[in-house]
Ligand binder design. Structure first.
Ligand code: SF4
Ligand code: F3S
Length: 112
């Protein structure tokens, strides 16, 4: 089991999540973070830390797509272990639904 980051993170990247992860398994793309499902120990402490409510358990239902996306990009993106400033329009994008399908197609690492 694992936790994963959904597209609610896109263009927010508050990064409060990385501060609390005991195994440093977050990876950073241009516009969002992902969790490496093979490194996550399923502790759950990151989930309530995200202001955008972007982190979910893979047990929440219909999460297969996000597990695949997180695994794919965790292999491609660099590790992030320290909190950094959110993206400039983070507060505007927090709460926007279906960011990936409506705004970023299948390329979460792209610019807006
Ligand atoms: Fe890290 Fe725990 Fe969150 Fe997994 S559930 S990403 S181990 S803080
Ligand atoms: Fe993204 Fe939330 Fe972490 S917006 S960077 S998953 S705190």
């Amino acid at each position: 089991m694992t936790y994963i980051v959904t597209d609610d993170c896109i263009n927010c990247k508050y990064s409060d999540c990385v501060e609390v992860c005991p195994v440093d398994c977050f990876y950073e793309g241009e516009n969002m973070l992902v969790i490496n499902p093979s490194e996550c120990i399923d502790c759950g402490v990151c989930e309530p830390e995200c202001p955008a409510e972007a982190i979910k358990s893979d047990q929440d239902g219909n999460m297969e797509k996000w597990v695949e996306l997180n695994a794919k990009y965790a292999d491609l993106w660099p590790n992030l272990t320290r909190k950094k400033d959110p993206l400039p329009k983070a507060d505007d994008w927090a709460g926007v639904k279906n960011k990936l399908t409506d705004h970023f197609s299948e390329n979460p690492g792209s610019g807006d």
